[in-house]
Design a protein around this ligand. Structure first.
Ligand code: CU
Length: 495
């Protein structure tokens, strides 16, 4: 794709904000020592002309996950190398009921170390995909564990230190859907009306091949692509009946935040977040979704008419200079004349555990500002990796010790920072208590149970952290994966 066709792809009549021009990345190849200046990578809409790929579902019984090279037409008619757990894109969606378990055999055929972290699942430490537990090339790892947690949308992905960004970006990710009786009782849209959507931006070269080669500047700002894919492809279409749709969305990008809304301004009904259902549904105009986060929304197409086209789009947002400056439509719903799920949503969705901060045994503050001793202005500003409390990750050092089953208050302090940091904890769950500075508010999904929380520049976020039932070495890290690969990660030892 040359510069002119790229600009033509900024389709007319859309919500795309055409900026002055495209940065050099579209015409450049290979790893640049110093990447483009820290301006936001634009978004380029692709023509909507292919059906949304449905990721295969695996329900019950052992599963083989073969990490392998694969090929995928991210852009129509342009085959790109990618990676997957079997098949052409990502891995199967593992559906499991509360009280059951997962038995997954990872076989490594990618020619480099890999492993699997079960993001959002509370599993024993040795099953959690800590970066010290990897399968070498040609080797296998078996993950077996029981699940006793609320219905939720979790996901799985590679967690090899220093390589996580590349492996996730190339496709080593998949979904886990946990179901339970509490959720069943709500009779939420299901079957053909329930969609698992993996959002990932891709940087494509002129031939449509995806690239992952962050420059030093992109390790700071995050590595962003100009094309947003859903379930692996650009420009997907869902042809669907009138009625309610349940969209279970994961942001599998390494760095790009999405501000999700609809093209005709109809609200999204937020019903769930990382760790399952909210207490009450909440209609919102837009939802900010950071890397690693999930959101569960209902899209109400009961009043749509046959032939209508409604887009899920990502809009601009404020708060950081390096992204959020562009909008694009990312998924089109083509509404048929058929009537689907026309029922109503109950007012009350779920009972969440009572939040009593007085039960916390201690408060810890994590300085995540990463001012890099001189800011991002120059190429020399980045020395020694991204840090938490000034510490760069070391594989076997125990950094934070906390009690199995205990409760603490954690404060993520990005007050002096200029970068975004979606903070993620393994082996524990979070309830966000407050956000001061920056946006200064909690968003609708943040009223539920979280495992990843976005800290924008200038923000201080306080969260109630409940440690899970398993002892051993877990992690606390930034889910802007270029940051965690660069060392923005601590070992959390539960004992
Ligand atoms: Cu970060």
């Amino acid at each position: 794709m040359n510069r002119r066709t790229a600009v033509q792809l900024l389709s007319s009549g859309s919500s795309v904000v055409a900026m002055g021009g495209l940065p050099s990345l579209l015409s450049s190849c290979g790893h640049e020592a110093f990447g483009p200046a820290p301006t936001a990578v634009p978004l380029i809409e692709s023509p909507f002309e292919r059906p949304l790929p449905v990721l295969p579902v695996h329900a019950g019984g052992p599963i083989q996950l073969v990490a392998q090279a694969s090929s995928l037409d991210i852009r129509k008619g342009a085959s790109s190398t990618s990676m997957s757990y079997g098949g052409s894109i990502y891995g199967p969606t593992i559906v499991v009921r509360r009280g059951e378990g997962v038995d997954a055999q990872l076989t490594n055929q990618i020619g480099a170390d890999t492993n699997i972290h079960w993001h959002g699942l509370l599993v024993p430490a040795e099953m959690d995909g800590h970066p010290m537990h990897v399968a070498g090339s040609g080797a296998s790892l078996r993950y077996t564990y029981a699940l006793n947690q609320r219905a939720c949308h979790a996901w799985y992905h590679s967690h090899v230190h220093g390589e996580t960004g590349r492996q996730i970006s190339m496709g080593l990710a998949g979904n886990v859907v946990v179901r339970d009786a509490e959720e069943d009782a709500l009779r939420l849209p299901s079957g053909n009306d329930e969609f698992v959507l993996v959002l990932q931006d891709k940087r494509l070269d002129v031939s449509g091949h995806q690239r992952y080669a962050p420059s030093m500047m992109e390790v700071m700002n995050g590595y962003m692509g100009e094309v947003v894919t859903v379930n692996g492809i650009a420009g997907p279409i869902v042809t669907t009946s009138q009625g309610r749709k349940r969209l279970r969305i994961v942001n599998a990008s390494t760095a790009r935040v999405y501000n999700l809304g609809t093209s005709d301004g109809r609200p999204l009904t937020c019903i769930g977040t990382d760790q399952g259902l909210l207490a009450m549904a909440e209609d919102v105009q837009s939802i900010l979704l950071a890397p690693g986060e999930r959101v569960d929304v209902l899209l109400d197409l009961r009043n749509a008419v046959g032939g209508e086209q409604i887009y899920l789009e990502t809009r601009t947002f404020d708060g950081v200079t390096t992204q959020g400056k562009h909008a694009a439509r990312i998924l089109r719903f083509d509404v048929t004349t058929n009537k689907g799920d026309m029922s109503d949503l109950p007012t009350s969705l779920a009972l969440l555990p009572t939040l009593d901060p007085n039960t916390a045994t201690r408060t810890r503050t994590f300085d995540i500002s990463n001012t890099h001793g001189g800011g991002h202005g120059g190429h020399g500003g980045h020395e020694g990796g991204h840090t938490i409390n000034g510490i760069v990750y070391a594989m076997t050092r125990s950094d934070v010790q906390a009690a199995v089953g205990g409760i603490e208050i954690w404060e993520f302090d990005n007050t002096a920072g200029a970068e975004i940091h979606p903070m993620h904890v393994h082996g524990a769950t979070m309830r966000v208590l407050s956000r001061t500075g920056g946006r200064g508010i909690l968003t609708a999904p943040e009223r539920g149970i979280k495992d990843t929380v976005l800290c924008m520049p200038g923000e201080r976020v306080r969260a109630f952290v409940s440690f899970g039932p398993y002892a051993g070495m877990f992690l606390l890290h930034c889910h802007l994966v270029e940051h965690s690969d660069d060392g923005m990660m601590l070992n959390l030892e539960l004992r």
